[in-house]
Design a binder for this molecule. Structure first.
Ligand code: NAP
Length: 535
């Protein structure tokens, strides 16, 4: 059994052992009360970081050679160990993040589903993308060699836990279990706002590795509240890839650190995004008020602390836009302020809102009837309107303010609307509200969105990401550092694998995934045909 929350150690988890060598400490604060929580967490020293990554490097030697079912059993065990912590985990996360119980309960289920999803993927093995081209010795003018390729794990991966999903995008994130499913050991940097939740979930990985007989270096957890800790993890020579979710500033700093190493490594950073929403005239004429209600629900969901928050709304001037703005005002008034994740995020939100308010050409059109209580780290909804001209003049109007805020841009003409879309940087999502006629009429604008975002939603909003094979959560820079890869869903596994090609190998010396008999029974591309039969 893992230890109960009351016995949090405040230490690093390095290759199965606790370590607290550093003198610097950090504490979590309950954002709903402003009170410091009791456990002091020791920040990792350079020597501890080195030990974690050296252990990961050592574990890679054996872990990468385990079979898919062995890795799947390990991940399934992790899920069982997390479940065994019970509701103490919810209590702890609630005290560290201020998130409502129902939200945390749902997110814990999503975390467990995610762990088991990657266990299934590892067990199935088709993700290996095995491709076989048989030899043709008779080919003229030159014989064709036997060429076979499959994906292989890249090595130790450093994962940064995000503040806004203490379960699903933290220690047991898509990135952590995705990397483990490929055969990569993982070192997690706990987010300093929920170190206790991170330690408890980390305990589950340690217990699972011990019970399954896996090298303990397969998982380590590092605590830290200074940039030095994160940078040291990225710069360590044993680190082969990094996954991060957080601010543009943090993500960019880590990306640059990864690129400037003697051996550059990929840093998959998912950063800021304001997720433009385009309201087309037909939809506005028919349903401006319901769209306004759904929009406010999406902006205020989770106190707006989602990377898919709809932070910019684009619409053409019309009487129905006035109706929409009026309905937004009414809906916003009824949404009470709520506790944000930590004081730093609440401060950044309040500063960002003040900056928007002070910008010439920007009007406040929707706020809560109730004032936010700073003692409870609360943030209240703030909706603005502006013109396309002001948006062009003040670039900060299209930058992310993390929290329940959004700016409605009133465009005078279709050309102006198109100009705003052309001027957008990369975002995770865009939403289009329209009728079938709108879609035909504005086909060019929608096609333009494909160059700006990773996911386009029709008559909905980007919040609430479905975890499924077809999901793509990633967009062009600055939404992410590499829009090729998703950070949510099974396809996230491809961040941590690279192809290895085997030429003219005898069948017996090939990995099982590439052998003619297809002992793993996986789907493969054999001589340009997709099949799960032997070749
Ligand atoms: P953050 O400041 O980006 O921090 C996330 C993690 O990265 C922390 O572990 C932090 O460690 C580390 N880090 C940040 N800057 C670093 C640097 N320059 N060098 C090395 N490590 C660095 O994110 P946050 O604390 O979660 O929230 C702050 C802001 O991030 C929010 O206001 C919001 O704008 C954005 N955010 C975006 C998303 C998203 O989904 N895109 C999610 C959450 C937050 P230390 O603090 O210990 O240095």
């Amino acid at each position: 059994m893992t230890t109960p929350a009351s016995t949090l150690q405040g230490a690093q988890l390095i290759a199965g052992a606790r370590s607290a060598e550093g003198n610097a400490t950090l504490w979590a604060t309950n954002p709903a009360t402003g009170q410091r929580l009791p456990t002091a967490f020791h920040e990792a020293t350079g020597a501890e970081i080195d030990r974690a990554l050296r252990a990961a490097e050592a574990a890679f030697e054996t872990y990468r050679r385990l079979s898919g079912p062995q890795i799947a059993d390990f991940l399934d065990r992790v899920a069982v160990e997390v479940e065994a912590i019970g509701d103490e985990l919810l209590d702890l996360a609630q005290s560290e993040t201020g998130l409502p119980r129902a939200r945390l309960t749902g997110e814990r289920a999503r975390m467990l589903n995610g762990i088991r999803l990657f266990a299934r993927l590892a067990r199935d093995g088709s993700w290996l993308q095995a491709r076989i081209d048989h030899a043709d010795p008779q080919r003229q003018p030159l014989p064709k060699p036997d060429v076979r390729t499959m994906l292989r794990p890249i090595g130790p991966v450093v994962v940064f836990g995000a503040s806004n999903f203490p379960f699903a995008i933290s220690v047991a994130s898509n990135d952590t279990v995705g990397a483990l499913a490929t055969g990569c050991p993982v070192v997690v940097k706990a987010h300093p706002a929920h170190p206790g939740t991170s330690e408890r979930v980390g305990d589950a990985f340690v217990a699972a590795a011990a019970k399954q007989g896996i090298h303990p270096g397969v998982f380590s957890l590092i605590q830290g509240g200074t940039h030095e800790v994160g940078l040291a993890l990225v710069k360590h020579p044993a680190t082969k890839a990094v996954a991060f979710t957080g601010s543009l500033r943090g993500g960019r700093a880590l990306f640059d650190a990864g690129a400037s190493r003697p051996e550059p490594i990929p840093v998959y950073a998912e950063m800021g995004s304001i997720n433009p929403v385009i309201l087309l005239p037909g939809a506005m004429a028919q349903r401006a008020e319901p769209i306004a209600g759904a929009f406010i629900n999406s902006v205020t969901l989770g106190v707006g602390q989602f990377c898919t928050n709809p932070g910019l709304v684009l619409a053409l001037e019309s009487p129905s836009l006035d109706t929409f703005v009026g309905a937004v005002r009414t809906a916003a008034a009824g949404v009470a302020p709520a506790t944000m994740l930590h004081a730093g995020i609440a401060r950044a939100f309040s500063g960002g809102v003040d900056r928007l308010k002070e910008t010439p050409g920007v009007q406040v059109v929707g706020t809560s009837n109730t004032a936010a209580d700073p003692a409870k780290t609360e943030g209240g909804v703030a909706i603005f309107t502006t013109s396309a001209t002001a948006l062009d003049e003040f670039p900060h109007l299209s930058e992310e303010v993390f929290g329940p805020t959004s700016t409605i841009v009133r465009c005078n003409t279709r050309q102006e609307l198109e100009g705003v879309i052309r001027g957008l940087v990369g975002h995770l999502t865009a939403s289009v509200h329209g009728t079938p006629e709108d879609l035909a009429e504005y086909r060019d604008l929608i096609a333009l969105l494909e160059t700006k975002v990773g996911r386009i939603i029709f008559n909905g909003f980007g919040t609430g990401i479905e975890v499924c094979a077809a999901m793509h959560h990633g967009g062009p820079y600055p939404a992410t550092s590499d829009g090729h890869f998703t950070s949510i869903g099974p396809a996230g596994i491809y961040r941590f694998a690279r192809p290895v090609c085997y030429q003219d190998f005898p069948d017996a010396a090939l990995p099982d995934a590439l052998r003619d008999g297809n002992p793993l029974k996986i789907w493969r591309l054999v001589d340009n045909q997709v099949t799960n039969q032997s070749s």
